[in-house]
Write a protein that binds this ligand. Structure first.
Ligand SMILES: [Zn+2]
Ligand SMILES: [Zn+2]
Length: 409
């Protein structure tokens, strides 16, 4: 069930999306230097974007197989029509997929529960290819529920999976400020210009351009807006945090808090399924004070940036190999790899906020790695040794470590 047509038992070619992503991101950066527009990149923000993308790609490995199973089940038991595999059907499928996307995306902006998952895509105040990675696993789940309409209509799950790869890849290319206009294509496709409008918080750009591939759905349903004034990217009320966990869950917490303020199930449901504009804007600062106090400003030290890049690089290497050899990877390796990556991502977010507790998180990661290593080489004394040494060094090392990373103890 989990074996797809684009992968065989040896290699999962989906892994190649990772180097391809960085190749295009690198090309965009080179083009930005040539056009003297390096301001479209911001180091901290790019690290945050890529961190979120890594988590989604990782957890999506487990999700994709499950949803392929769900799509197949729906197709075999509930398909409304038996749609054949002809070229005309592929055209129809891409149109239907894009229409489903339009409504999935629009509802993602109009209903609080869905916005809680989609908001993460809009946190970024920069706009470049790295922003396309800001998709969370929670959003993937919501999206796959919407995609279930496709096998229900009668499209074969294998066709659906193929078209979703094409559809998902296209949206990467609309996240750039370097392409001004695509001429006549502006009337047919969602172009970088149209998608810049979607990511902007200017009054006239709010809740516009939901399409992914074709622009005519927005024109048909009255949500189209041409790019006129310079877009200001990000949320109307920006999120002032790079915390990996906070970025993922802050809006769910805001919703929880808001539902607790009202009585009666009807009023609570009105909040959960109501529009984001109606949610009390004072809740977020209140929760920020409670859960993410005293965030320090970013660190400009070169060694701090190098340290961060190494962490992200390690997470990417582990992700690449788990993806590439997903079929052969044993459950234990999957669990250890996932733990390693997730701890590293939480670490990266905490580093961006200069949190001192990352020191303990580093210990946790070390423990995971050493436990796994001593299991593999069947040397439990290795684990015991590292445990003793690290416990003895815990306090003396802390000041040295924090000074090394942040430049202050
Ligand atoms: Zn959106
Ligand atoms: Zn986007």
């Amino acid at each position: 069930m989990s074996e797809f047509f684009w992968s065989n038992n040896a290699i999962n070619y989906a892994a190649l999306a990772i180097p391809a992503f960085f190749l295009f991101l690198g090309l965009e950066y080179v083009a930005a230097i040539r056009q003297r527009k390096t301001h479209v990149f911001n180091f901290d923000s790019s690290v945050a974007n890529i961190s979120i993308g890594i988590a989604e790609r990782l957890l999506n490995l487990f999700l994709t197989a499950s949803f392929y199973g769900v799509f197949t089940y729906i197709y075999e038991h509930f398909a409304l029509w038996a749609i054949p595999n002809t070229w005309g059907v592929w055209v129809m499928l891409i149109l239907v997929t894009d229409l489903v996307w339009y409504w999935y995306h629009r509802l993602g902006h109009e209903i609080n529960l869905f916005w809680a998952a989609h908001i993460v895509h809009h946190h970024s105040e920069e706009f470049n290819y790295s922003v396309s990675a800001r998709i969370t696993t929670l959003q993937s789940i919501v999206r796959n529920v919407f995609w279930s309409v496709l096998p229900l209509v009668g499209f074969h799950p294998a066709m659906v999976m193929t078209i979703l790869v094409v559809h998902g890849t296209y949206s990467f290319f609309t996240h750039t400020q370097l392409i001004r206009s695509l001429g006549w294509l502006e009337h047919i496709l969602i172009t970088p210009s149209h998608h810049r409008v979607h990511h902007a918080s200017n009054e006239k750009y709010l809740n516009k351009n939901y399409g992914d591939l074709f622009v005519f759905w927005d024109k048909l349903f009255g949500t189209f807006q041409k790019e006129e004034e310079q877009p200001v990217y990000g949320l109307t009320h920006p999120l002032k945090s790079y915390s990996f966990i906070w970025q993922h869950f802050h809006y769910f917490l805001e919703l929880l808090y808001a539902t607790r303020q009202v009585s009666g199930i009807g009023n609570k449901l009105k909040i959960v399924f109501g529009p984001p504009e109606m949610l009390d804007q004072n809740i977020r600062p209140l929760l920020e004070k409670r859960f993410i106090p005293d965030r320090r400003e970013t660190n400009a030290l070169v060694r701090f940036k190098v340290y961060l890049v190494i962490q992200l690089g390690l997470a990417l290497v582990v992700l690449f190999f788990i993806t590439l050899f997903y079929q052969q990877t044993q459950p234990l390796e999957k669990v250890v790899g996932t733990l390693f990556i997730l701890i590293t991502l939480v670490n990266c977010g905490a580093l961006l906020e200069q949190r001192r507790w990352i020191y303990y998180l580093e210990y946790l990661r070390l423990l995971v790695v050493v436990t796994y290593a001593s299991y593999i080489i069947e040397r439990p004394e290795l684990l015991a040794g590292v445990l003793v040494v690290s416990l003895a060094m815990l306090w003396p090392m802390q000041k040295w470590y924090l000074r090394l990373v942040y430049g202050q103890g």
